[in-house]
Design a protein around this ligand. Sequence first.
Ligand SMILES: NC(=O)c1ccc[n+]([C@@H]2O[C@H](COP(=O)([O-])OP(=O)(O)OC[C@H]3O[C@@H](n4cnc5c(N)ncnc54)[C@H](OP(=O)(O)O)[C@@H]3O)[C@@H](O)[C@H]2O)c1
Length: 214
Amino acid sequence: MKILVIGASGRVGKILTQKLLDNKHEVIGTTRQDEVLFENENYTQISLDLLGELEDMEATIPNGIDAFYFVAGSRAKNLLALDLHGAVKTMKIAEHKKVKQYIMLSSVFSLETQKWKEEGFNELKDYYIAKHYADEWLVRNTKLNYTLLQPSALTESKGTGKIEVNIQHPGENPIEDVASTLVEVLNQKTAYKKVITMHSGATPIQKAIQNLPL
Ligand SMILES: NC(=O)c1ccc[n+]([C@@H]2O[C@H](COP(=O)([O-])OP(=O)(O)OC[C@H]3O[C@@H](n4cnc5c(N)ncnc54)[C@H](OP(=O)(O)O)[C@@H]3O)[C@@H](O)[C@H]2O)c1
């Protein structure tokens, strides 16, 4: 498949892109850096600024892409313009370009505002608000075949390859497991049009995704 990774230089984006390349996909990564991130014949790179005008962004992104991943973020520096508006612009572009699958990396319980009373959410409230409305746009206002993956806190620890999905309380996830789950939801019918919360667990990633109800 031909896949766009928006945010290929990020902590998640780098691992995700490598895994997609390992699976022989053709990957177009986005970063504003000059350095080419991967030496691989199936990898190309574009400079995409999520703060740019929609028309410019659309002209920068090639046609004929099968799937978009959105794994970018502003690290709370530009929540409205990037995590919200930047994300929504990429959804609009995906619709215009008739992309078959749009996979968004979000954050646990972004759509369940009643859960924001739990410990740890208050400090991240502005981030959650931006993610909430970006995610709502994806689910309610697009016709995209989306998967909205919502991990808990990301850690640098080694991946276990095992997760729990549709969780009740937040936890932690090694970044590698989040990247593996993002790869797994590609082309998995059980992940189409789904919001999937996750943290580390006891179920192998492939099984956890395949077991989601259709
Ligand atoms: N931290 C957590 O615990 C946690 C938990 C759950 C979910 N998440 C989500 O996971 C996402 C990815 O996390 P991460 O740690 O991998 O992020 P990261 O390392 O901070 O990477 C951010 C990415 O966003 C891109 N970016 C930043 N500003 C941009 C702009 N103006 N235009 C285009 N691209 C831009 C960066 O690309 P450049 O090379 O162009 O700078 C980079 O690829 C977060 O944004 C968050 O929404 C995080």
